[in-house]
Write a protein that binds this ligand. Sequence first.
Ligand code: 5GP
Length: 202
Amino acid sequence: MNKGTVFIISGPSGSGKDTILKEVLKKRTDIYFSISSITRDMREGEVEGEKYHFISRKEFEEGLANEAFLEYNKYLENYYGTPKAPIDENLALGNDVLIECDVNGAAKIREKMPEVVSVFIMPPSFEVLKKRLSGRGTESAEQIEGRLNAALNEIARANEYDYIVVNDALETAVSDFLLVMKSQRFKLNNQKQLINEVLKNA
Ligand code: 5GP
C-alpha cells in the first residue's frame, strides 16, 4: 500500500480558503482533515472536534512536553498546534491528510516533511481582496487595514508554496484544488509499488 500524501492549504483572510476547504472536504470524504488543538475560547457557532479541539493550556503544555505536535504557534495569548499522532496513523493507512495552517506553520511542516504538497489560495487581485475584506461591514477601517496588511505579508510568502490556486470563481477554485490533489497520485513516487507488482506478475 502506498503511503498517503500530506497537503497543506493556506491563504490570507479574504482568500476564501475556508469555503474552498469545506467544499473540498465534501467531495473528498476519504481524506483525513487535521483538527488543530487550540487553547482559545470557543466562538459562537464553533463545534468541538469540527475544525478545532478546544483544550486547556495545561493539556497543551503537556502535549508540547510529549512532542505531540507536528508544529505549533502562539497567537496573542493562545496556542495553536497540529497533533502529530492522527497524521502518522492516517498516512500509514494510506490515507491522504489535509492540514490548514498559516505560512509559518507551513514552513515548519515543510522542514519536518519535505515531501508535503502545499497549496496557497490567492485572491485574483488586490482590489478584489480589499473589496472582500471591507464587504463584510462588521469591522472598522482600522481593522480592515490591519487584515489587509496581514494578507499582504502572507501573499509575499506565497512563493514558498508548490501550487497557487486563484479563487476568482469558487467552483473553479474548488475543482482546481481537487485537481492538484488528484495529480499527486500519478507521481512516480506514488506509483512505484504498481510498477513492481506489474513486473512481479509478468
Ligand atoms: P482563529 O483563532 O481565527 O481560528 O485562527 C487564528 C490563526 O491560527 C489563523 O491564521 C489559522 O490559520 C491559524 N491556525 C489554526 N490552526 C493552526 C495550527 O494548528 N497551527 C498553526 N501554526 N496555525 C494555526
